[in-house]
Design a protein around this ligand. Sequence first.
Ligand code: ADP
Length: 488
Amino acid sequence: MEHCGDLHETRAYVNGIWVTSADARRFEVCSPGTEQVLSQVEDLTASQCREAIDAADAAFQDWKQRPVKERANLLRRWYELILEHEEILARLLTSEQGKPVREALVEVRYGASFVEWFAEEARRMYGDVVSTSSGSQRLFTLQQPVGVVSAITPWNFPFAMITRKAAPALAAGCTIVVKPSEETPHCALALARLAEMAGIPPGVFNVLTTARTKEVGLELTTNPKVRKITFTGSTPVGKILTAQAAGSVKAVSMELGGNAPVIVFEDADLELAASMTIATKFRNCGQTCTCANRVLVSDRVYDRFLEIFAGMAKKLTLGNGLTDDVDLGPMINSQAIDKINSLVADARARGASTYLEGGVRSDLGSTFYAPTILTNVDPDSRMLSEEIFGPVAPVIRFSSDEEAVRLANNTEYGLAAYIFTNHLTRAWKISEALEFGMIGVNEAAIGQEVIPFGGVKQSGLGREGSKYGISEFTEIKSICIGGFGPSL
Ligand code: ADP
């Protein structure tokens, strides 16, 4: 990764120091596009994780007392440095994650937007003054930082999932230990480099690289000094972490799996609906928790929509994300391909027809999978209840609004849903009826720093970004002062 200069690091960052593994172990990071080893990264131990938490706890005592303007200015500087290095960061991201470099640049800017936003929000951590039922008391509330935060982040957005957690945590006055995915540790380390350059004090932002996921995960979720766990990843792992955190009643935020429906009504602008479905289905090669998992289309426009949608999907180009003009990069690894193959085989065994034949593009390498569209998908097919996490779109008919809502809500997940209609009251009523945390109406771009991100049901707990994101890292303290005599 010679093009990534000083931002390419293989050591962990703890208490402002670049550290190696205590038992001299390293793990390999591979590039999904070439399947070549990119680098050997330091594999820290659980006891080094404990030391990182101790450092974060010591740093917390000072960081929480810094004037909020100082914290905000440091975050602002971090934000500026990210933007100054955006091209290098995007290439680094593509090298380890695979997405096309222009999509990686979008992620870097999206990630930066949280740092900018929470630098601003830091100064708006207001409290309340409340009337009490007794004339001899006065009551007010403060928001205080919750304490040391553990963050565990995934490989699909290796940059933005860190800033979306770390920026509000630091803004609130918390310190953080981030454990990035072992598939994509380089973005996290680059962020640590930039935090160091920005002057964020030692111990405030720590990055712990490790492949000893379970042992380190246990430390991050049970250490008594940790007061908050913030996680983005799969629902099964989220449940394990929540259960571990329960032992010492730590606060948790969980951004877990999704099973997003796209619903296309007969009055929709079909060109718009198809292009937005392309965007949400094939972004990051389908490896996004808000990606369309099921495309539900009104009987009355089903054939026409399929034709437009498949026409657009056919034009998407696959290739190494570092080369120009690629729409879809590789999947993260061969296990991801195995999972899609098994979901597609299951649907076909239950009678699904192939409308657009995609599948593995072995001429490009074993991790490339071309857009695939299936029809006549049996309701019991696994791909309708599990996250596909790949570029496969099942397209399903419905004949009434009630049926569309019933099909859409028929999932244990509830993260994002998208509806396409030009009927105002229908848009509103359907939005109210959908059991999802985020709804896009004639819109697929629902990830922005100003939008509360999060799900209901087994898609998680809490919201990231927006004016609500900072409160995930604060506790409300009420202060009731008694002893007031009669008014003057
Ligand atoms: P994905 O399927 O997207 O890889 P995972 O939930 O497996 O999602 O991984 C998300 C993050 O959770 C990664 O950083 C991974 O290392 C971490 N992780 C996986 N299993 C555990 C565990 N038992 N304890 C702590 N972290 C874990």
